[in-house]
Design a protein around this ligand. Sequence first.
Ligand code: NI
Length: 128
Amino acid sequence: MRIHHIGYLVKHIEAARERFEELGYNLKTDVVKDKERGVLICFIEKDGYLIELVSPAGEGSSVKSLIKRYGNTPYHICYQADDFDRDLSELEAGGFLRIDSPSPAPAIEGRKVCFLQNSQIGMVELLM
Ligand code: NI
């Protein structure tokens, strides 16, 4: 597995995007709505690091309680799988608990992702 991006929670995605741009980040995508997860997402990049900005959209947002508790903050590392099913099984065998089912991510070309949680290192995302 290789690191694909860092997921970064922000309260207001457009304002955050502008601040990051002022810091020299390149805007890689437009802001996309992931209706399934109730989030707005865009990607920015600097020095080879890809950052995914995520903000809540609507009442049923999957990140609503997270942003309430932690505010603006990095919150997951996403790994590009070498072999999605095998890597998912190995993570689970290694103590990572699935917190959703593998499903397409509209903000990443509809590629399949799955989120997992580990008590020592928090949330990770696996990308097909
Ligand atoms: Ni992500």
